[in-house]
Design a protein around this ligand. Structure first.
Ligand code: SF4
Ligand code: SF4
Length: 365
């Protein structure tokens, strides 16, 4: 079930929360140390992710308690297969990301420009969801855990840590779905709070990261994954295979070799299918044969658990339905967007009632 949170003036309590890892620099800037951008910001400036702002020398997280979307599903969909299989997880995300991937399917969330600009200007109508309320909704919905996902969770780590602590108190597990462009300091804060890291290894080629994602290097990403593993977090990795970009045998074999040598032969590797989007709209969906070839290379490298996801990536949701479960007061705020029965009938893309109404009003003008 996918749902999006509507923005609404009826929910109050929004507050700026100081950025968890910040340091004053001799230059007069204040540096954020949540992700490896390590943005140095003067008063009034916002970080690359747009989710942190410098106000008079102190950094604040704009997106604390601001939720872009939620989704109740099985943990295998994250994808995570070797931790509490068969259980249900409530996925949640905010706005902003430390990457700008050319094939991102979550642009409204990862860029989150409108939402974060409105928060920075103090004009947001976004619903504020305290961490206790999120955990209560997860428990009410029958979830066994909470997953922080949709964009890089490091960019709202303040909320992730607060919600994770309460989730553990309530007996829920926690999952962190990441691009692993994360500092060691942030990973140390995750220790004991996050049970599972599901991380992308997008390529073993620096130019892929520089050209498609951001200024990241392969070594930075791999080191971050290794550190999380060394901290005792359960780690699973994923590679989205993109035709012509990272699907050559040498690259895929190198990913598999790295997992084998650094995370172990039993470490799960998830091989997923690319579907065209954004700046890579002209790149075709990954042929199933390429996914099977990646899996074969993984097994040749000695990996015991390689999983292939050949979904058709449909995005045809047109029918809206009310949401039930979660919290009673949320039923007026959310709606489920369903694919038509003639397609797959799945509950599909994220769409908030407020956003739909705003779009309708805009098209009438
Ligand atoms: S979390 Fe945002 S502000 Fe902080 S270093 Fe990363 S991109 Fe910069
Ligand atoms: S890391 Fe994920 S959410 Fe962020 S820009 Fe890349 S694909 Fe989008």
């Amino acid at each position: 079930m996918n749902i999006a949170l509507q923005t609404d003036q009826r929910t109050s309590g929004y507050r700026l929360v100081p950025t968890r890892l910040q340091e004053k620099l001799a230059s007069g800037k204040t540096r954020c140390n949540l992700c490896l951008w390590r943005c140095g910001l003067h008063h009034g400036q916002r970080g690359f992710c747009q989710a942190h702002v410098n106000r008079n020398g102190t950094l604040y997280n704009l997106s604390y308690g601001i939720i872009s979307a939620m989704d109740l599903g099985r943990i295998e969909e994250k994808p995570v297969r070797h931790y509490r299989p068969g259980t249900k997880v409530l996925s949640v995300g905010s706005y902003g990301c430390s990457f700008r991937c050319g094939g991102c399917h979550n642009l409204d969330i990862s860029w989150g420009t409108d939402a974060l600009d409105a928060l920075a200007r103090g004009e947001s109508r976004a619903a504020f969801v305290p961490p206790e309320t999120l955990v209560k909704a997860a428990v009410n919905s029958g979830a066994d855990g909470i997953a922080f996902t949709y964009s890089e969770p490091a960019v709202w780590l303040e909320y992730v840590l607060d919600a994770a602590a309460i989730a553990h108190q309530q007996g829920l597990y926690t999952v962190y779905v990441s691009n692993s462009f994360v500092t060691d300091e942030a990973l140390v804060l995750l220790r004991g709070q996050i049970d599972v890291l599901c991380s992308d290894i997008k390529s073993m080629d620096d130019s892929f990261y520089r050209n498609i994602c951001a200024k990241a290097s392969v070594q930075q990403v791999l080191q971050s994954i290794k550190t999380a593993n060394d901290l005792g977090i359960h780690v699973e990795t994923r590679t989205n295979v993109i035709p012509g970009y990272n699907d050559d045998n040498a690259n895929l074999a190198a990913v598999a070799d790295w997992i084998h040598d650094n995370l172990g032969a039993d470490s799960p590797w998830h091989v997923t299918r690319f579907h065209p989007a954004y700046r890579m709209a002209d790149v075709p969906s990954t042929p199933v044969a390429s996914l099977e070839q990646a899996a074969a290379l993984g097994r040749q490298a000695g990996l015991s658990h390689v999983y292939v996801y050949a979904d058709k990536g449909c995005d045809c949701a047109t029918e809206n339905a009310p949401v039930s479960g979660y919290l009673p007061e949320w039923t007026a705020l959310h709606e489920v967007n369903k694919c038509v029965e003639t397609c797959c009938g799945d509950e599909g893309i994220l769409l908030g009632r407020y956003e739909r109404e705003a779009n309708a009003q805009a098209s009438e003008r």
